[in-house]
Design a protein around this ligand. Structure first.
Ligand SMILES: [Zn+2]
Ligand SMILES: [Zn+2]
Length: 333
């Protein structure tokens, strides 16, 4: 099969990925082989390629927003049949036995493995995955749209769930990229008012068109107190700012994997049972629930499609924030 591999980390402009021919993989017990149709491009891929995250194996095939068709089934698999659609998210494996797995928090499993980091991912014609960790996907939606469901979609859904909000409440979103666009649509569909704070005029327009109740910049007066909020930019200074707009009992979810230092210099910002929680990865339950909901509400996805030959260019564009919406690699013709 053709695959893009990473052997040595380097700045993305130096094009650390190479296109090579590898033997076709075959599934072992419990695994399925997916003929990859599309794979979304994530900033995490850039972090791994450039060395912000350590390399866990070499060579490595990046890519953890994988959608495709099951074309080979390993011994003992009953969850998937040949020809069915399957998706793979960032969570590639969890032990199933530790206290976190048993509590439904397999995203926190100390033995968790991640797609396109610990295990080969989707910038290849085929990928192998444990059937138990693959998601069923709806028929009738283009693969190019389904690919970004696997990371920004599912992660946004988990961030939303961590706010604990339900119908009739008010959600604040700070920053408005692709992940926030999914959260807005999910919350809106569930009867929650969404208040969006973002700098970019383009993003303000996008938020309005997706049904935001109110859209403003960081200097505008938030018209209400919020019941829960999510901060997306990795900017620690936003934490105090977001807390100042949160109502009593409100929960603030921090979306990024890392942030600049957070300073909370006034106890009143967290008084009245306000809380802060970070988002770490996703569970299979998040994936299944999001896919069902996204299909039900017909979630809108903005994609910029790159042919398989142009994976390095897609990574460079993502690195520099030059992609409108979600970058997706079209792997199969
Ligand atoms: Zn991702
Ligand atoms: Zn575990």
């Amino acid at each position: 099969m053709k695959a893009w591999i990473l052997e040595t980390q380097a700045p993305i402009e130096e094009r650390p990925l190479q296109l090579v021919e590898l033997p076709d993989p075959h599934p072992g017990p419990g695994q399925i082989r997916i003929r990859v149709q599309a794979c979304g491009v994530c900033r995490t891929d850039v972090h791994i390629a450039e060395g912000d995250l350590p390399l866990h194996k070499s060579p490595l095939i990046l890519g953890h927003e994988i959608v495709g068709i099951v074309d080979e089934v390993g011994p003992g698999v009953t969850r998937f049949r040949l020809g069915q659609r399957a998706g793979v998210t960032w969570l590639n494996h969890a032990c199933g036995e530790c206290k976190f797995c048993r509590a439904g928090k397999e995203n926190l499993c100390p033995q968790a493995r991640f797609t396109g980091w610990d295990a080969d991912g989707g910038y290849a014609e085929y990928t192998l995955v444990e059937a138990d960790f693959a998601l069923h996907l709806p028929e009738g939606r283009p693969f190019m749209e389904l690919a970004p469901w696997m990371c920004p979609g599912v992660a946004g859904y988990r961030a939303f769930r961590l706010t604990g909000l339900g119908r009739g409440t008010r959600l604040g979103l700070y920053g408005f990229g692709p992940t926030a666009a999914y959260v807005l649509q999910v919350a809106h569909a569930l009867g929650i008012e969404v208040y969006v704070v973002t700098r970019s005029e383009k993003n303000k327009d996008a938020a309005r068109s997706l049904g935001a109740e109110w859209v403003g910049g960081y200097d505008d007066q938030m018209p209400v107190k919020l019941d829960g909020s999510i901060v997306f930019p990795p900017v620690g200074d936003l934490v105090s700012f977001a807390l100042s707009q949160l109502d009593s009992n409100g929960r603030l979810v921090l979306g990024p994997v890392t942030m600049t230092p957070i300073v909370i210099d006034d106890f009143n910002l967290i008084w009245q049972e306000r809380s802060i929680i970070s988002l770490a990865h996703v569970t299979r339950q998040d994936g299944e629930a999001f896919v069902r909901l996204a299909d039900d509400i017909g979630i809108k996805v903005n994609t910029e499609v790159y042919p398989f030959a142009r994976v390095p260019e897609a990574l460079i564009a993502v690195r520099h924030g030059q992609v409108k919406g979600n970058a997706v690699i079209q792997v199969a013709e």
